[in-house]
Design a protein. Structure first.
Length: 156
């Protein structure tokens, strides 16, 4: 159904703010972060966009879900107090590419944590997953969105 690759990823640093609540509502937190980034003229230093998700939504109530909305930045950027540094560690990740609207993420996650994990012989290192947004709804139509879903893996 999906292609999953094993990839060694370098450290990724995010300028981020916390989101609490349903993962599907993280776009509201991104809007707040975009205002902060604009007010501090940080856009020239942005390399990309990514979000971290820490909880399993099938086991944690929607209001209690924890995540970070973020923009990828280099290591030398000094961040203001109201924007948090979140570091995605280097390591081996299972990477699933989703092509199409964000509404397809739930099925993609079910496949990655279900069928793929069961048949790959690999285990997730934590509950954390990372979505790396290769483009945005402001740039392309929903059918043309490209999102990588990263899951850190335990060493073999």
């Amino acid at each position: 159904m999906y292609t999953v690759t094993l990839e060694d990823k370098p450290v990724m640093r995010l300028a981020a703010i916390e989101h609490r609540g349903a993962y599907s509502e993280i776009s509201q937190t991104y809007e707040k972060l975009m205002v902060l980034m604009s007010s501090r003229n940080l856009w020239p230093r942005v390399i990309g966009a990514a979000a971290l998700y820490y909880d399993d939504p099938s086991k944690v109530a929607a209001a209690e879900l924890r995540s970070h909305a973020g923009f990828v930045v280099g290591p030398d950027l000094s961040l203001p107090d109201d924007i948090k540094e979140v570091v995605v560690p280097a390591g081996e990740y299972a990477v699933l590419m989703l092509e199409g609207p964000y509404t397809g993420l739930l099925v993609a996650y079910d496949y990655l944590y279900g069928d793929w994990m069961q048949t790959s012989g690999r285990e997730a290192a934590s509950n954390t997953s990372i979505e790396v947004y290769l483009n945005t709804p402001k740039e392309v139509a929903p059918r043309d969105l490209r999102t990588e879903v990263w899951v850190p893996l335990k060493p073999t």
